[in-house]
Design a protein. Structure first.
Length: 406
């Protein structure tokens, strides 16, 4: 005899209950309500109002709200978002259908707005975070699309169908354990994202300082382009680094091999020949204008990119960061297919340090890049863990009922 049973959209352990979202069970399982429909604006007001864009990675992003100046006391009491309320997207594209965010606090100025449903859970029966992860799981396996209907421009979920939707109902302590484990993984992902953001901002500030003041703290001198460190030389761009257009290689001419084909936005395939020796750098020419990519192995520079023809005895990694700092995309032209115009910047004057300082600047920025790369790898590990763990915990294939968390 199977120890699992089917509840319509997934199998759950036989010792778990199940319940429809609209069921009466002691008292309603949850309040499901529509948002405030009132004219809003994009800029200012006494109250913020949630909208579909407010849902961001499972949390409420207060930077993506609308505003209201006048709200009655009755509307304020009814629509203020409280801790553990869940915002649910039931109207929009298939990609947005079933997106949820859970409130981490009580709000005194954020109202529940239109085009979102709000779930307020009966916490004697259902843990709010468990329901939040249930909606995540159901979205992943396509449940909300399956109960939705599609019109020309948008999809929607009928509230009657949503209330009839069955969800697993483990004992409350097990619900909390499941939510606790999944929350910990999500917190780890968010921590890595914050480190990536902080380190990226640090790198940006470092580049601004290093490419204008250098590493040595030396006094500055007045030049035709303004103040620069005393030992730096002012040269035109084409005497610092010379770029040329890559060579055409249609997709149907790619021959499977070990050499990267470097296009406008990075690697676009592999080929059995190369046309550029490493180390090499490409700059997006057509499409992703200004995108700078460093190659440490021989590669084929595609004609959608510019490739460094001559480093003029400068350090290759320094030149890579230097080109990133210059933001050459500002020299693009064209509307339908933007193209980087070399003639717009090849004679511009700029200052550059001696080779020893170039090497040290490149090393400093490489250490920052390594930190970002390591953090991205950690984030990817947690993300790859989350989906299978969500599936196994929400279907009872991994049981956590007897765990105790402090």
């Amino acid at each position: 005899m199977s120890s699992f049973r089917n509840i319509g959209h997934c199998e759950i352990p036989n010792d778990w209950a199940d319940i429809s979202l609209g069921d009466e069970y002691k008292r309603p399982l949850l309040v499901m309500r529509n948002g405030l429909t009132k004219t809003q604006n994009d800029h200012d007001g006494t109250f913020k109002v949630s909208r579909i864009e407010t849902i961001s990675n499972g949390v409420i992003d207060e930077s993506r709200v609308k505003y209201l100046s006048e709200v009655s006391r009755e509307e304020e009491d009814k629509y203020l978002i409280r801790k553990n309320d869940i915002l649910f997207s039931h109207i929009n594209s298939d990609a947005h259908l079933g997106k949820t965010a859970i409130a981490k606090k009580d709000y005194d100025d954020l109202l529940h707005g239109m085009n979102l449903l709000l779930f307020r859970v009966n916490e004697e029966i259902l843990d709010p975070e468990f329901l939040f992860f249930t909606t995540n799981y159901y979205k992943n396996i396509g449940v909300f699309i399956s109960i939705g209907s599609r019109a020309v421009n948008q999809s929607s979920i009928n509230q009657g169908k949503l209330k009839a939707l069955k969800v697993p109902l483990p004992p409350l302590p097990e619900q909390r354990n499941i939510a606790h484990i999944l929350s910990k993984i999500q917190s780890a992902i968010e921590t890595q994202e914050k480190i990536i953001q902080t380190t990226t901002e640090l790198k940006k500030a470092l580049m601004q300082k290093l490419f204008t003041e250098g590493l040595k703290g030396e006094p500055q001198k007045e030049t035709e382009i303004g103040l620069v460190p005393k030992s730096w030389k002012v040269k035109v761009f084409e005497n610092i680094v010379t770029l040329q257009r890559g060579k055409d290689l249609p997709k149907d001419k790619f021959v499977q091999g070990k050499f990267h084909v470097g296009g406008s936005n990075g690697i676009i395939g592999y080929h059995n020949q190369f046309n550029t020796k490493a180390p090499g750098i490409t700059v997006g020419r057509s499409g992703s204008c200004g995108k700078v990519v460093f190659y440490d192995k021989n590669f084929w520079a595609h004609n959608t990119a510019l490739v460094v023809k001559d480093f003029h005895d400068n350090n290759e990694k320094f030149i890579y960061y230097f080109l990133c700092f210059l933001k050459l995309e500002k020299y693009k032209s064209g509307v339908s297919v933007p193209t980087l115009n070399r003639n717009a910047f090849r004679t511009i004057e700029m200052a550059i340090p001696k080779i020893d300082e170039q090497i040290e600047i490149a090393k400093t920025l490489e250490q920052t890049d390594k930190k970002i790369t390591m953090t991205i790898e950690k984030k990817n590990v947690f993300q790859s863990l989350f989906k299978p763990m969500l599936h196994h915990l929400m279907t009872g294939q991994i049981r956590v009922k007897d765990l105790r968390f402090s």
